[in-house]
Design a binder for this molecule. Structure first.
Ligand SMILES: *Cc1c(COP(=O)(O)O)cnc(C)c1O
Length: 483
């Protein structure tokens, strides 16, 4: 077991010794009010610089990351994040900016935001864009706030209180609708895993504010009846929200705006390749039709006579949803990604993502149950029910994958598939990596027949083995005490 850095501490050992300060005549502690002065030195670990470096580098090597191994975590788009994005975001002119600098000093940064807004407008077919939200779920909330503000402005909010969400939607969709104060109406899906039009018709009415559609759905399936869905919802006077978090499934191929949607969000930290997985920072674009534009957050970056300005004068705006103008470094990375790929490149991204997923799906369906047979988009969902009959359900298959050095897929989601394994290879993996993964999955399936115990007791090679997950969640032991 790795020692904590406190356990490596040796009294008196130091990394960097600073010379005495020449600025103050008295010790700094004499200048502070008595009650703020420490009575005892803080209990910090005492280690040399080399010990500190080794400690943290070794810890970092215990992590699985996209830079160290295959990471097919469905719906999360764990693809390669080109290092040039980071190089651009750390250019001095961007890095040294202060968010309160006057507009005339930050024209370049405002141009970055404005250019990205325009490009996202092109990519989605929805011309009015805000980049303020910091995560997909926050973008969903903002989108619903726009819808609510729109109906309020028309005096219809009181009667339109329901948001329809199919059971194949991402879990954040119903949560965001509830956060925005709406009543969530769940509708089931057809035998092919698509929106059930009869269920939709039955749910629609004069009380419908919107439908939130994840497309492709969490089954990785494109909604074939999307134009009928659009027509039905608009005829009922509702609006359509498109969850485009996983835009690498459709980018350059189809656009939410052309499908008739009113508002959508894109996760910049998925399709547009900014790093994620450690909880942020993220970035989100919310794009909408002109009738929702007046409600977008302030300040909105606009261009007037070749100057970029922060427009606060938007009386119908829903206000601010985040400090300043969004996560600027993420916006620089996303713009770099889009410009580096260009129109053809972005389309190729989607084609490759779809091809990789279908390649894996077609090979794996002989060993793992595939509940929905039609071609998938950027991901697909298998069911571990055959392996479960041999006493090796999805939980242990996922843990066994760790022994072979790959990250597990998203498991037990979506809920409509028992023993679900949601696999998203992404477009950045080579054919060799995909083949290695197939080999691992086939080997694990053989193990469930020939040596099920090795699967049941996995993982065997990770730094930490089986944890009592319930105990860890209910009674987390987070405090280190000296031995
Ligand atoms: C990831 C994801 C979200 C949520 O995005 P966060 O940035 O994690 O809040 C929403 N919808 C879909 C389809 C997603 O894949």
């Amino acid at each position: 077991m790795t020692k904590l850095i406190y356990e490596k501490s040796t009294p008196g050992r130091r990394a960097v010794l600073l010379p005495a300060s020449g600025v103050f005549e008295k010790p700094l502690t004499d200048l502070l009010p008595e009650k703020f002065v420490r009575k005892a030195a803080p209990a910090l670990p005492e280690v040399s610089e080399l010990e500190a470096v080794r400690h943290f580098v070794n810890l970092s090597r215990l992590n699985h990351s996209i830079d160290t191994g295959f990471y097919p975590l469905g719906s999360c788009t764990m693809k390669y994040n080109p290092k040039v994005n980071d190089a651009m975001a750390s250019l001095e002119g961007f890095r040294e900016l202060h968010p309160y600098q006057p507009e005339e000093q930050v024209q370049g940064a405002l141009e970055v935001i404005h250019t990205l807004q325009e490009l996202i407008g092109e990519i989605t077919g929805l011309p009015a864009v805000s980049l303020q939200a910091a995560a997909g779920a926050q973008g969903e909330l903002l989108g619903l706030m726009l819808i609510k503000a729109y109906f309020q402005s028309k005096g219809e909010h009181e009667k339109r209180r329901k948001v329809i969400v199919p059971d194949t939607a991402h879990g954040t969709n119903p949560a965001s609708a509830a956060m925005a104060g709406y009543e969530v109406v769940e509708i089931g899906s057809s035998s092919r895993g698509l929106v059930d039009l009869d269920a939709l018709k039955a749910a629609l009415g004069p009380d419908t504010a919107a439908i939130m559609l994840t497309n492709p759905s969490t089954l990785g399936l494109f909604e074939e009846e999307i134009l009928s869905v659009q027509k039905l919802v608009h005829e009922a006077g509702g609006l359509l929200y498109y969850d485009g978090a996983n835009l690498n499934a459709i980018m350059g191929l189809v656009r939410p705006g052309d499908m008739g949607f009113d508002v959508c969000h894109l996760n910049l930290h998925k399709s547009f390749s900014t790093p994620h997985g450690g909880g942020g920072p993220g970035g989100c674009a919310v794009a909408c039709r002109p009738h929702l534009e007046p409600f977008l957050p302030v300040p909105h970056v606009t261009k007037k006579e070749n100057r970029y300005t922060l427009d606060w004068d938007r009386p119908q705006s829903v206000g601010k949803v985040k400090g300043f103008y969004g996560n600027f470094g993420i916006l620089v990375r996303a713009l770099t990604y889009i410009l580096a790929h260009g129109r053809e490149g972005l389309t190729q991204v989607s084609r490759d993502a779809i091809l990789s997923a279908n390649y894996l799906k077609e090979h794996l369906k002989v060993a793992y149950k595939l509940p929905y047979q039609q071609p998938c988009m950027h991901e697909f969902v298998l069911s571990g029910v055959w392996q479960k009959e041999r006493g090796c359900g999805t939980t242990v298959i996922a843990k066994r994958m760790l022994d072979y050095g790959v990250h597990s897929p998203t498991v037990y989601f979506p809920l409509v598939v028992p023993e679900a394994m949601m696999i998203e290879p992404t477009e950045t993996e080579s054919l060799q990596t995909l083949d290695e993964f197939l080999e691992i999955m086939m080997r694990i399936d053989r193990e469930t027949k020939e040596n099920p115990d090795i699967v049941r007791n996995a993982p065997h090679k990770t730094p930490v083995g089986r944890l009592d997950e319930a105990l860890a969640a209910r009674k987390p032991n987070l405090r280190w005490k000296p031995l």
